[in-house]
Ligand binder design. Sequence first.
Ligand code: SF4
Length: 273
Amino acid sequence: MSSIPVLDTRPPDGLTPGSVAANKLAKRLKRLTGQAVTDYGMIRDGERIMVCLSGGKDSYTMLEMLLYLQSVAPVTFSITAVNLDQKQPGFPEHVLPEYLDGLGVDYRILERDTYSVVTEKVPSGATMCGLCSRLRRGILYSHAREHGFTRIALGHHRDDIVETMFLNMFHGARMAAMPPKLRSDDGDNVVIRPLAYCSERDIDKYARLQQYPIIPCNLCGSQDNLQRQNIKGMLADWEAQDPGRTERIFRSMTRVAPSQMPDRDLFDFAALD
Ligand code: SF4
């Protein structure tokens, strides 16, 4: 049986289970998840939600938040956690089934050896994450389509959304981020991001508080995308100098003023006389 690589899972400073601060953190995450779900109409009555569970802190937190919402929401919906075992060397296969059995949640583990495909196609030394994620997405989306899931829930959070906007601005010269809800490229699935309003900092603290059995996404030895790491560093520096800046950037993305931007597709400047 494989073991889980050692990660920093120590409880965050000053936060102990049951403390006032821990309860406030849990409440904040629940409130923000509920708010995002409501604001973007993510879940209707009768929805069948496929929750993509990678074993990272974000996906564990998302699953827990959706289970909470399921218990209090005025609508009825089902939740199935789905993990894709991509056959990376060292992937601890027992961890998620044990965790999910303990939780009593419906789940499926899909097994596809995308690791071999990726290592064969990507030159050694190059980052494998782009192809790996595309393959993963394709398999999960097909599974959702074939099994009649009406929503695919992904664990991206506020900071992922802000980082993606800067990545697209700096490297693609366009302003685009990650929407909290979208129709997938194949047109068959609706993808939702219930943690869209939650900060990575809160999720990280909460995951450590909950002692989730984290499985890192670098068992394959691939390097994280360097450009994203640079943006993360930039945002962390800004946040240190000016606390709250990331949240304000995110909020600004929800309050775009088309006539105040030089995008001629957003606003008909020619019609102004
Ligand atoms: S770190 Fe490995 S498993 Fe994770 S996306 Fe990159 S290639 Fe895939």
